[in-house]
Design a protein around this ligand. Structure first.
Ligand code: GLA
Ligand code: ZN
Length: 669
């Protein structure tokens, strides 16, 4: 249960992307010296090194990589070995133009950039499996190898003729008969009925983009196709090195790929965290919890973050002193078993030469960033294996669903900007502000282990999910859903019995009309049993309770006095329907009152801006205390003596934490 990602590296990994192929071997020696000094324990190599490993179709040049891996190993640094398949060599694109991707007009792109291969290309699949095999055969017994990192940040889409052909096959397998496809896509609308499979094209930008069933299916198909590229390499690696875990770096709430599906194929989730400098801590925590949720609570790897600044935003502010450290432990607190960076050393050319790095162009170690990274290195070294594999228990779940998101965004009306992820994050953040731990779950998750399940804007409800929700509520749970939920089935057809479709039974309401509000327009939520009032906006459902009771009503407009929030008693439990988008204070109020019903309390009582998150292993708890504020704070500890694993300092009664500081405490035995 509490196994480390690799038994060869049972500690919180500290490292990041290392591109020795951009440098001469004397620089490597300096890299190894500096890595050791900074407490780097894992280096990711090979990410974009395809042409350096295979300069032409028949030549392989692994000698430089042998030397790099040997050098890392001699210096006690473990190796995360990437397959280089995110960017094919120019010779390949030149000789086999079909490996290149086509754009949203179906026009083949020119060679260049990265992730510019057609995921359906047989040639690409063969070459990528071949290089994966060569790497695995060569390094399979290397003691430094701890993880396979397949390719890099899969993503985007391809709309070439090969993909179109594969899409048609994918559709045949899904629908069997063309009549069935026409019915599920509602193609009689505007006379779009297909009379032959060959007429179906990808959703080309100058073509069919308004048949939403098609668009959603193409996103499903692209997820499957790119995942097949991953599996194609993974199977080779697994065959040769069955004991080395395999991952690919994901991008959090990245819309084009349904990562829940990917999660089943990787051994460990890993992801690249690039928050905007002004992003709230709660939003960053949400992204980490999403990654932890992908494999049902299994710890994940933070594979990349910038040690200082990004370079691809409009304005690239530096992480202020201490922020890197605090955000690194934020990741660990929420389930990461590594702290890794992009990039070790800034290249002198290429579009990432101004991206943050541990070693910048001056090549010096007497820098703020090097000192901050080294401090983290020393602390992780001290932590040893204490936290590795520990879980983050939660009784509250927030649901996110990629396919529902895709369909929702396709919908024309009732308002253009659906704000799906921001809305899910807002509900999460209400709980974060209440200091209540949350798991992110998906429609195929086990809901029965939670007291509270919240599914904001849960637009597409697939068969079987409503029944699972009903069972969870009937046995005493609470379900909360909102406007824009239960509107379509899995092929994007509107529910026959109106909204919220299959969630009507558990919520005990139906929705008669949906009003959309302009940005500057608001309504109010007037509580039925108190004087309290909250603002709401964006959308306003006119809700008709069937069996539900009214919790709050609208304060204005022609539907003033009509229900906006309802509660339905269902079996031993209850289900809430929120018909509008409330200010976060309402959600905090509602979720606090629901949590009371289950006696769910924060891990510790702490002031706003101080976070306490628990990771648990066997019977040991580790409290991560993160002071995100500019002032020192006092935290009341439960009875006992606590040791801060980062400093060795002991605390009892009250722990004083400096502004911006972090403590990881555990009860002394
Ligand atoms: C991604 C990639 C890296 C690098 C960074 C820059 O996460 O995986 O190769 O481009 O972005 O932020
Ligand atoms: Zn293609």
């Amino acid at each position: 249960m509490y196994t480390p990602v690799s038994s060869k590296a049972p500690f919180i990994w500290h490292g990041g992307d290392y591109n020795p192929e951009q440098w001469s071997s004397d620089v490597w020696q300096e890299d190894f010296r500096l890595m050791k000094k900074a407490g780097i324990t894992a280096a990711t190599v090979g990410v974009f090194s395809w042409v350096s490993l295979q300069p032409d179709e028949d030549t392989f040049t692994f000698e430089w990589l042998d030397e790099v891996i040997a050098g890392l190993h001699e210096n006690g640094i473990k190796v995360v070995l990437a397959t280089p398949t995110a960017a094919q060599p120019a010779w390949m694109s030149q000789k086999y133009p079909e490996v290149m991707r086509s754009d949203e007009y179906g026009i083949r792109k020119a060679h260049g950039r990265r992730v510019n291969y057609c995921p359906s290309s047989t040639v690409y699949r063969q070459f990528s499996a071949q290089i994966a095999r060569k790497l695995a055969e060569r390094y399979k017994d290397h003691p430094a190898l701890i993880l396979w990192h397949v390719s890099n940040e899969y993503g985007g889409t391809c709309m070439c003729e090969t993909c179109a052909e594969h899409f048609r096959e994918w559709l045949r397998a899904r629908y069997g008969m063309l009549d069935e496809l026409n019915a599920r896509w509602w193609t009689r609308f505007w006379g779009h009925t297909y009379t032959d499979w060959s007429q179906i094209m990808p959703p080309l930008a100058n073509g069919e983009v308004l048949t939403h069933g098609l668009n959603v299916d193409y996103m499903r198909f692209m997820t499957d196709t790119q995942l097949a590229c991953f599996v194609n390499e993974r199977d080779v690696l697994r065959e040769i090195t069955p004991d080395i875990p395999i991952t690919t770096n994901m991008m959090g709430s990245y819309k084009p790929l349904n990562y829940r599906k990917w999660a089943k194929e990787v051994d460990v989730i890993s992801w690249d965290s690039y928050p905007r400098p002004n992003q709230s801590v709660g939003e960053i925590a949400f992204a980490h919890d999403l990654n932890r949720g992908l494999k049902d609570g299994q710890p994940f790897l933070l594979l990349e973050q910038t040690p200082s600044s990004q370079n691809w935003q409009a304005v690239n502010a530096l992480k202020r002193p201490g922020v890197l450290r605090r955000w690194s432990y934020l990741a660990v607190a929420h389930g990461a078993d590594s702290v890794m960076y992009f990039q070790w050393r800034r290249g002198r050319g290429g579009c990432e030469k101004y991206h943050g790095a541990i070693i910048e162009h001056a090549g010096r170690e007497d820098t703020r960033v090097f000192r901050e990274v080294s401090q983290i290195g020393a602390e992780l070294n001290r932590l040893g294996d204490a936290i590795v594999g520990a879980r983050t228990p939660a009784r509250i779940a927030v649901l996110l669903d990629w396919e529902s998101w895709w369909a929702l965004d396709e919908a024309v009306g009732p308002m253009r900007d659906k704000r799906y992820v921001p809305t899910v994050s807002k509900h999460y953040n209400a709980l974060y502000n209440l200091h209540l731990p949350v798991d992110i779950v998906f429609p195929d998750s086990d809901f029965s282990q939670y007291d509270i399940l919240i599914a904001p804007q849960y637009y597409m409800v697939k068969p079987g999910v409503a029944e699972k929700i009903e069972a969870m509520v009937a046995s005493g749970g609470t379900f909360v859903t909102t406007h824009l939920s239960g509107m379509v089935d899995e092929t994007d057809l509107a529910c026959e019995n109106g909204y919220p479709g299959p969630l009507q039974k558990v919520t005990g309401v139906w929705v008669e009309e949906i009003d959309a509000l302009y940005e500057d327009q608001t309504n109010t939520i007037e509580m039925a049993h108190s004087e309290k009032s909250y603002t709401c906006g964006r959308l306003a459902d006119i809700v008709r309770p069937q069996t539900a009771e009214v919790v709050a009503t609208y304060g204005s407009d022609f539907y003033a006095g009509q229900p906006v929030v309802t509660r339905n008693v269902f079996g031993e439990g209850q289900a809430y329907y929120i018909g509008s988008d409330p200010e976060i204070a309402f959600l905090e109020y509602l979720y606090r009152s629901i949590a009371d019903r289950y006696d769910l309390q924060p891990v510790l009582g702490v002031p706003q801006g101080v976070e306490v998150t628990l990771r648990q292993k066997e019977n040991k708890g580790f409290l991560f205390i993160l002071n995100h504020n500019d002032q020192q704070a006092d935290v009341a500890l439960p009875d006992g003596i606590y040791t801060d694993l980062l400093t060795g300092k002991q605390w009892s009664d009250t722990l004083t934490i400096d502004a911006g500081d972090v403590a990881i405490v555990t009860a002394s035995d």
